[in-house]
Write a protein that binds this ligand. Structure first.
Ligand code: AP5
Length: 226
C-alpha cells in the first residue's frame, strides 16, 4: 500500500494513519512528526541543529517549513527498509513543488503512488478539533478534550489514568488561523493535481473515528481489488 493521506490541519490524518498502520503493517511517514523530532533536538543547546531551529520558527508561526528541509527528510525516510513494503504519507506533500519532487523520487524507486485520499471536513469542525487536541507526553497518543466522555479525565491505554497531557504550540488559536490559510493557498491546489493524475479519492471525515476508518478501508479494499 503506497498512499498519501491529505487533509487540512485537524482533519484526522494522524489519527487515521495510526489505525491504518495497525491494520496494514506499513509505516506512517509524517513530516510533522519528523520535524517535531528535529525541533525537540534543537531545544537542547548541545544538539541544536540549524535545521531544527529553522523548522521551529516556521512551525510556531503556522507556516510551511522550507521544501529543501522537508524533501531531504522524506528522501532519507523512504530509503529505509520498512518503507519498501509500502507507506502512508501523512502531511506530505503539502505544495506543488513537493508533489512533483515526490513523483520523481518514487519513479526512481520504482514504487509509484497508488492513491491520494483526501479527508474532507468543514473549517468550523477543524478549529474545535485542534483547540481540543491534547497529546500524552509519555506515549504520544492523541486525545481531544471535547470528545472525551464528559466529566471523566482521559484514560491512556498505555499510560493509565491521568496521563500527562500536552497541547502542541501550533494548536493555539492565533496559529491555527494561519495554518488553515496555508492549507487553502498552498495545499488545496494539490486536489486538482491529483485529480488530473487519476489518483484522488475523497472521504467524508465528518464522522466518528471508527466510521471514517471504515470509509478509508473501503477505498483501500477497492484499490487492492485492482
Ligand atoms: P502536521 O503535524 O502535519 O500538522 P497538520 O497537517 O496541521 O495536521 P495535524 O497534525 O494538526 O492534524 P491531523 O489531520 O493529523 O489531525 P489529528 O488526527 O491529530 O504539521 C505541523 C507543522 O509542521 C505544519 O504547520 C508545518 O509548519 C510543518 N510541516 C509539516 N509537514 C510539512 C511539509 N510537508 N512541508 C512543510 N512544512 C511541513 O486529529 C486532530 C484532533 O481531532 C485530535 O484531538 C483527534 O483526537 C481529533 N479527531 C481526529 N479524528 C476525529 C474524528 N473522526 N472525530 C472526532 N475527533 C477526531
Amino acid at each position: 500500500m503506497r498512499i498519501v493521506l491529505m487533509g487540512a490541519p485537524g482533519s484526522g490524518k494522524g489519527t487515521q494513519s495510526q489505525r491504518l498502520v495497525e491494520a496494514h503493517g506499513v509505516p506512517q511517514i509524517s513530516t510533522g512528526d519528523l520535524l517535531r523530532e528535529a525541533v525537540a533536538g534543537a531545544a537542547n543547546a548541545a544538539t541544536a541543529t540549524e535545521l531544527g531551529l529553522r523548522a521551529k520558527t516556521a512551525m510556531e508561526a503556522g507556516k510551511l517549513v522550507d521544501d529543501a528541509i522537508v524533501l531531504g527528510m522524506i528522501r532519507e525516510r523512504l530509503s529505509q527498509p520498512d518503507a519498501a513494503k509500502g507507506f502512508i504519507l501523512d502531511g506530505f506533500p503539502r505544495n506543488l513543488r513537493q508533489a512533483e519532487a515526490l513523483e520523481t523520487l518514487l519513479a526512481t524507486l520504482g514504487r509509484p503512488l497508488q492513491a491520494v485520499i483526501l479527508l474532507n471536513l468543514n473549517l468550523g469542525i477543524l478549529f474545535k478539533r485542534l483547540t481540543g487536541r491534547r497529546i500524552c507526553q509519555d506515549c504520544g497518543r492523541v486525545f481531544n478534550v471535547y470528545t472525551s466522555p464528559a466529566g471523566t479525565p482521559p484514560h491512556c491505554p498505555k499510560c493509565g489514568d491521568h496521563p500527562r497531557l500536552l497541547q502542541r504550540p501550533d494548536d493555539r488559536e492565533e496559529v491555527i488561523g494561519k495554518r488553515l490559510e496555508v492549507f487553502e493557498a498552498q495545499t488545496k491546489p494539490l486536489i486538482e493535481y491529483y485529480q488530473k493524475a487519476g489518483l484522488l479519492h475523497t472521504v467524508d471525515a465528518d464522522a466518528d473515528v471508527e466510521t471514517v476508518f471504515q470509509r478509508l478501508e473501503s477505498v483501500i479494499a477497492a484499490l487492492e481489488a485492482g
